[in-house]
Design a protein. Structure first.
Length: 588
């Protein structure tokens, strides 16, 4: 092979790997995170887990990606280790689909219809269609389809380029001499392990082997041990992802390794033992793309059938390797934050979904802090007061972690729907954090009253009770609109916020009137003003969240323009809602 032949081979390999990446990325985006959600939920039986793992891997074209995803699920506590085993086994079967697709390039017939099935015939058509989608369509689903079509076309073009580049090697004695050495099962297996570990894709390494078959110098005796090694080499990605993870996540990565190592050893021992007694005639025959695909599939299916009944043994083996050690107790908040796993960043739609789940937990903590703070004015206990302080600090921690993670997700290429969701969460978490801050402020006001034995007048208590009820309702509506994405409920927040503004002003004015009549003290006046101001600010933040939800599908986020338009004189719907809330929340 001369310099230009080598250049063609390396260039073909580069196109092959890029096409595989582009096609997998397009398939993942087209699924919109639904495949990942399926993995998370539908794994209650081993058979179902295997089928699901195979299906998802066949779609996203990467057993490594599926396994890393599973390690992330286990690390986050979403999935149990036992559930992960079936998916990992299924992923090994799913990854063989690629080799069958690549095998189409080996079709050889003069029949027009058979020729049509060859990738070299239909991939240019797919490339033309994909390019047309990119140039003339603005819809995201067509752009995702274009990525899939063009990715496949590039993959097949790279495969053909590699095959053509290596064909002259059939006449090079040194090359055939190297392949002869691979008929040694141990050397062949090591070669497969190293090749796959370097490029971190068993599908890609099998594709390279299929391309080498174009030389006619690769026998089944050389190919089989390489294929066995490729299944072990693909474990490298999962093992790397397990570094720094929780013990169960490390165990999930080890299950993947043990499954492939044990399966490979058993298969090779059985295969070569039978071959020693009854020699297989095909061992010295030249392998072709279809033969490579068949060996790859048979091994993974047989290994799964043999080891699936012993899945608990694999879990036990992984548990013995990574032993239980005393760990600090994790709070519910810690468990929620574990959902923000760095492994999910390679699956942006899934990462956005996890961000949403964590933001909902954060929102509920902020609401709990505020409701407890309001209770402290009626019945102060140290336990409730400390709970408010704890919740406020946890909400702060949520905002820090979520903010960092959201920025990382934002740097990914997101579908429009996920991008809108990410922006909504980013806008809202700051408001939830401020709500918890106001809860802490109210706790301190309640603590001051408790320690100084201060009591509001009966009239002031009645007025504050009305305001507190309004705050509870606006908080509840805000949580429902955010957690359930209920825009009808969100539309009711701003009218109530208007009423709360008026209640705040009215309560302060009534206090001034009582102060003039000597029915209240200045000290209580400061506390009352602090209370009503904090509650009014809470309603402001609820308004911000609701407006953000309502404007999520608009091109620009402009709350001031939205409010100006909402409160115009001719908006009878808004005015009607304000009047209804005024009747409900009338000061005595």
């Amino acid at each position: 092979m001369d310099f230009f032949g080598l250049l063609n081979m390396v260039g073909g390999l580069a196109l092959f790997l890029y096409g595989m990446h582009l096609m997998g990325d397009g398939l993942s985006k087209a699924s919109g995170g639904r495949l990942e959600m399926l993995l998370e939920k539908l794994t209650n039986t081993p058979i179902k887990a295997v089928l699901l793992g195979a299906g998802v891997t066949a779609v996203i074209q990467s057993s490594s990606a599926t396994t890393v995803m599973v390690v992330g699920f286990v690390n986050s506590g979403i999935m149990k280790l036992q559930q992960a085993v079936g998916i990992i086994m299924g992923a090994n079967i799913g990854t063989t689909v690629t080799s069958w697709i690549l095998g189409l390039s080996g079709l050889d017939s003069s029949s027009f219809f058979v020729q049509l099935l060859k990738p070299s015939s239909f991939s240019p058509v797919l490339a033309i269609i994909g390019t047309g989608f990119i140039m003339f369509s603005k819809k995201e689903k067509f752009k995702n389809a274009a990525m899939i079509l063009i990715g496949f076309a590039i993959l097949m073009f790279g495969m053909d380029t590699m095959s053509e580049a290596v064909k002259p090697l059939r006449d090079v004695p040194e090359f055939t001499g190297i392949l002869t050495r691979f008929t040694n099962p141990i050397l062949g297996m090591l070669a497969g392990v190293i090749l796959t570990a370097v490029i971190q894709s068993s599908s890609a390494s099998v594709g390279i082997l299929q391309a080498l078959c174009a030389t006619g110098a690769v026998s089944f005796g050389a190919a089989i041990p390489i294929i066995m090694g490729q299944n072990i080499g693909t474990c490298v990605t999962a093992m790397i992802s397990g570094i720094g993870a929780a013990k169960n996540a490390k165990r999930a990565a080890l299950v993947h390794l043990y499954f492939n190592v044990i399966g490979t050893v058993l298969f090779m021992v059985a295969f070569y033992a039978i071959n020693a007694v009854v020699p297989f005639a095909f061992m010295n025959e030249a392998a072709d793309a279809w033969g490579i695909a068949a060996v790859h599939s048979v091994f993974n299916v047989v290994a799964t059938l043999c080891l699936l009944p012993f899945s608990k043994v694999l879990v036990k083996l992984a548990t013995l390797t990574v032993k239980d050690a005393p760990e600090a107790e994790h709070t519910e908040e810690d468990k929620a934050l574990q959902l923000l796993d760095a492994r999910f960043l390679d699956m942006p739609s899934l990462a956005v979904e996890k961000c949403r789940a964590v933001s909902i937990t954060m929102a509920r903590r902020a609401e709990e802090a505020m409701l407890l703070a309001l209770e402290l004015f009626d019945e102060y206990t140290e336990e409730k007061a400390q709970r408010v302080v704890y919740l406020e600090s946890e909400v702060d921690r949520f905002e820090d972690h979520l903010g960092d993670y959201l920025m990382k997700v934002g740097n990914k290429d997101l579908p429009e729907k996920d991008s809108l969701m990410l922006n909504t969460i980013l806008h809202c978490i700051g408001d939830f954090e401020r709500i918890s801050d106001h809860a802490r402020n109210l706790k301190e006001a309640a603590q001051e009253m408790y320690e100084k034995q201060l009591i509001f007048s009966e009239k002031a208590q009645q007025e504050l009770a009305v305001l507190k009820d309004a705050i509870r309702e606006i908080l509840h509506m805000t949580l429902v609109s955010f957690c359930d994405e209920d825009l009808k409920v969100a539309a009711n927040v701003e009218p109530l916020e208007d009423v709360i503004d008026d209640l705040n002003k009215a309560i302060k004015q009534k206090h001034v009137n009582r102060l003039r009549k000597g029915k209240c003290t200045i000290e209580l006046g400061f506390i009352l003003s602090d209370m009503t101001t904090n509650m009014e600010r809470v309603s402001d933040h609820c308004s911000n969240i609701a407006i953000c939800m309502l404007q999520a599908n608009m091109d620009e986020y402009d709350p001031h323009a939205y409010l100006g338009e909402l409160k115009q004189e001719d908006n009878l719907d808004f005015k009607g809602k304000v009047l209804a809330y005024k009747e409900r929340y009338t000061l005595p």
